[in-house]
Ligand binder design. Sequence first.
Ligand code: SF4
Length: 88
Amino acid sequence: MSDPNSSPADDQFFQVGKYQIKVVRNMCIGAATCVAVSPSTYKLDSDNKAVVQTAGTDTPENILMAAQSCPTRAIVVVDTETGKQVWP
Ligand code: SF4
């Protein structure tokens, strides 16, 4: 596995700015809407599943909008400060 962020076995949260984000891999259909909205935070791996990149430059609003744009609601977003899930 060349991509350290790609872990098909477990859906892992990644800290990105104020959010913790994970992609539920078995819900991701590779539609890439998230990649189109936040190209520095999400990318598709070799299995056509979205993975989270932690060093991106997208704004929190943009990152959340990307999650909300996912047709299968595969992206889970948690506010790190409050511990509350903000999406879905
Ligand atoms: S928008 Fe959803 S289904 Fe499409 S690649 Fe992103 S996480 Fe996967």
